[in-house]
Design a protein around this ligand. Structure first.
Ligand code: C2E
Ligand code: MG
Ligand code: MG
Ligand code: MG
Length: 281
């Protein structure tokens, strides 16, 4: 076909590439509609301490597509990032999570309880991000001290000073910061020292093979020691077995998140989990 069009004709698409482009365009259109039609949901995954008591929740977005069924955030978050849809989507996540946090704060009273919200690079880079977060906190009535924003090391690739400044302003208002997927990215120790962080989150890839891969065991131990040296708390994600939890505990990690304790839950189920945790604790 390209040959028929002449020697110097560039062929831009092969059919397979064309199909990928079409599928993405249609997913993008659907995601835009899902946002408008309020078809996204937030699930919450419990975070627990050494005794199994709930100390927080991570908000995780869910999209139940009318035809495709459940679409994973691992699929649509990158797309939302590329298209800019992450800006309205991220704002919606923040608003819902803060509204829910205000409700839970009443229930937990003075006990320790935070809600962690994932923030994407593009969202965090918005010039008005700080104002947006403060406005959402004010209008929801959520306690800034109970909000944690999860950032990733990939954000460190550009304008670190800008990032430090933005974090600093939010920290002055009480908002906490956790570095998600820690150990998979690019952070240098000098950045880590400069960032006003509260928590490192051990990536689930290191937790998965903790008991079988000596390298992962060393990495997990090193992250825990690093957090302690820097005066940060540490939480492990993707904890699926009691043996993994025990190994992490032996190394000094006392906060966990993973299927061992609970999958991410819709609000009603999280409420039940929270009530159960209160009775047993
Ligand atoms: P993440 O922030 O690292 O979230 C942890 C992921 O691990 C979640 O996947 C969670 O369901 C999953 N997980 C939790 N416990 C276990 C376990 O024991 N074993 C295994 N195998 N997996 C576990 P999920 O919900 O599919 O989210 C994937 C990623 O999508 C998140 O990774 C985060 O980067 C992104 N994401 C999710 N919600 C949001 C959001 O509201 N905003 C932004 N910007 N990104 C989000
Ligand atoms: Mg996260
Ligand atoms: Mg993570
Ligand atoms: Mg991850």
């Amino acid at each position: 076909e390209a040959k028929a069009m002449g020697r110097n004709t560039l062929r831009f698409f092969d059919p397979q590439m064309q199909a990928v482009v079409t599928a993405r365009a249609s997913l993008e259109k659907d995601l835009r509609e899902a946002l408008q039609r309020n078809q996204l949901r937030l699930f919450y995954q419990p975070q627990v301490d050494a005794a199994g008591a709930v100390i927080g929740a991570e908000a995780l977005v869910r999209w139940q597509h009318p035809q495709r069924g459940f679409v994973s955030p691992a699929e649509f978050i990158p797309l939302a990032e590329e298209t800019g849809l992450i800006l309205p989507l991220g704002l919606w996540v923040l608003e819902s999570a803060c509204a829910q946090l205000a409700v839970w704060a009443e229930q937990v009273g003075t006990r320790r309880f935070t809600v962690s919200v994932n923030v994407s690079a593009r969202q965090f880079r918005q010039p008005n991000f700080v104002d947006q977060v403060l406005a959402v906190l004010a209008s929801s009535g959520a306690d800034p001290q109970r909000l944690k924003l999860e950032l990733t090391e990939s954000m460190l690739l550009d304008n670190v000073q800008g990032m430090i400044d933005r974090m600093g302003t939010l920290k002055d208002h009480g908002v906490g910061f956790s570095l998600d997927d820690f150990g998979t990215g690019y952070s240098s120790l000098s950045y880590l020292k400069r960032l006003p962080l509260d928590q490192l989150k051990i990536d689930q890839s290191f937790v998965r093979d903790l008991l079988t891969d000596p390298n992962d065991e060393v990495i997990a131990r090193t992250i825990i020691a690093l957090a302690s040296t820097l005066g940060l708390s540490v939480i492990a994600e993707g904890v699926e077995t009691a043996a993994q939890r025990d190994a992490l505990a032996a190394q000094g990690c006392h906060a966990y998140q993973g299927y061992l304790f609970s999958r991410p839950l819709p609000v009603a189920d999280f409420d039940a989990f929270l009530a159960g945790s209160r009775e047993s604790g």
